[in-house]
Design a protein around this ligand. Structure first.
Ligand SMILES: Cc1ncc(COP(=O)(O)O)c(C=O)c1O
Length: 433
């Protein structure tokens, strides 16, 4: 029985898919916090190069992927799509469970799908140095690699709790030539103020974003790079869904349910948006589910309103589901899902009823991740294990109603640098917060 569905290098998509023009209602624009008027594209040029600002507001359904980017994508793309037959058996479910494996990339997650084009578009625009934030280090390491490949300097603000608890991704960033600061840091005025108030501040993604933005504004050769949330990041990730559509055709099945975990929303968007396009066109009415931590429940318990993307209020206002930009998420092991907001595009899709959202506690998540590792071999990143927890629920419902359901989920990264979190779970010390 065929369980693995592979495309060839020639099948790497040549265009990204942009959901923006296909939304039944237009996406509310980012607003200037002072005037409350839509932010003109020029206002974003201090942070991003013009070519990426154009992608952020792009009205076209398809955007060409440059040859230089496809050449680097070929290091790991097309990624495999597999049917998890042993996991199905362990769950005793009639459901067919497929997963797209983005952990096959050199950095171990989907994040390189956007770090590579972001570094490329900055390079051709003349940028010398990129500043960014990272939680557990998945994004920082992905940008470090991309900057190395295009000869850019990379300066990363890493949330302090992860800097201390997750040394291996920090080492990976150093190996790929980046400079890494624990955030809050003494590198920025904002960081120094926070440290003066609380020298033990553990940091958050919102704080690290504020530091990276301040760094960018104070260095004329520097641009800012964000690993999730923004429209152009979701756009770059659509290679995941575009490949998956072809691979599901090879498997001869159509997904009834599509599942991805949501931090800022980009891996979910990458898998889901090409399928949402088909849903809007009335081709297939599948259930599409974004999954988040119960400890940071942006989509399931947040409010849809304009809010800042960072703690220091230096970004434009974005219309999104948010827990409030001052929200300090508890230190759960899925560091990449500890963000107070959600991609405006994913938020809009939820508002329009094009998707659903679910939240799970981390003990349930690690139970699902461990069962997956024991049946399929791959140890999932704690972030990706959120998607697996939702798959387990779907598979249970299929068993109870004795219905064959075809489930497709995004295995956004491997957890080989998160083994201490698994150890905590296996030794019975993991608590829900
Ligand atoms: C493996 C993995 N999956 C998911 C995420 C969440 O980010 P996003 O929602 O942008 O995909 C992260 C973030 O660091 C991650 O490392």
């Amino acid at each position: 029985m065929q369980t693995r569905f592979d495309l060839t290098q020639a099948d790497i998509p040549t265009q990204w898919y942009n959901l923006l023009p296909d939304f039944p209602e237009p996406l509310p624009p980012p607003l200037h916090p002072g005037t409350k008027q839509p932010v003109p594209p020029e206002a974003l040029l201090r942070l991003f190069p013009e070519n990426l600002v154009q992608q952020e507001m792009c009205p076209d359904r398809h955007v060409e992927i440059p040859g230089e980017v496809r050449d680097i994508y070929a290091l790991w793309r097309p990624t495999p799509l597999l049917r998890a037959v042993r996991f199905e058996k362990a769950l005793q479910t009639p459901a067919h469970i497929y997963y797209k494996y983005e952990g096959a990339s050199p950095a171990g997650s989907h994040k390189v799908n956007t770090s590579v084009p972001q570094a490329y578009f900055n390079k051709i625009a003349g940028t010398k140095r990129l500043a960014t934030e990272t939680g557990a280090g998945q994004w920082g390491s992905s940008l470090a690699l991309a900057c190395q490949l295009f000869g850019l300097e990379c300066n990363v603000y890493m949330v302090k709790v992860s800097y201390q608890q997750k040394p291996y991704r920090r080492m990976l960033m150093h190996t790929w030539g980046a400079t890494v600061h624990p955030s809050p840091s003494d590198q920025t005025e904002y960081g120094r103020n926070l440290l003066a108030q609380d020298p033990h501040c553990q940091g958050s993604l919102g704080i690290a974003i504020s530091e990276a933005i301040e760094d960018t504004i104070h260095h004329s050769d520097t641009k800012y790079s964000l690993g999730s949330v923004l429209n152009h990041v979701c756009l770059h990730q659509t290679v995941i869904g575009l490949e998956s559509i072809r691979q599901m055709e090879m498997a001869g099945e159509e997904p009834d349910v599509i599942i991805g975990c949501c931090g800022g929303g980009s891996n979910f968007a990458g898998l889901a948006f090409p399928f949402i396009r088909r849903k809007i066109a009335g081709k297939k009415n599948c259930r599409i589910v974004g999954v988040e931590p119960a400890a940071c429940p942006t989509l399931t318990r947040g409010e849809l309103r304009y809010d800042f993307g960072d703690t220091a209020e230096s970004t434009p206002l974005l219309m999104m589901y948010t827990l409030g930009h001052k929200f300090m998420p508890p230190s759960i092991h899925a560091g990449g899902l500890r963000y107070h907001g959600m991609s405006p595009m994913v938020s809009h899709a939820l508002k329009l009823g094009l998707m659903d959202a679910e939240a799970y506690h981390q003990t349930t998540v690690f139970e699902a991740g461990t069962l997956f590792a024991r049946s399929e071999g791959i140890v999932p990143a704690p972030e990706s294990a959120h998607a697996i927890a939702a798959v387990v629920e779907e598979a249970r419902r299929a068993r109870e109603s004795d219905r064959k359901r075809v489930i497709l989920f995004n295995l956004s990264g491997h957890g080989l640098l998160d083994l201490s979190a698994y150890e905590t779970y296996l030794s019975g010390k993991l608590a829900d917060v």
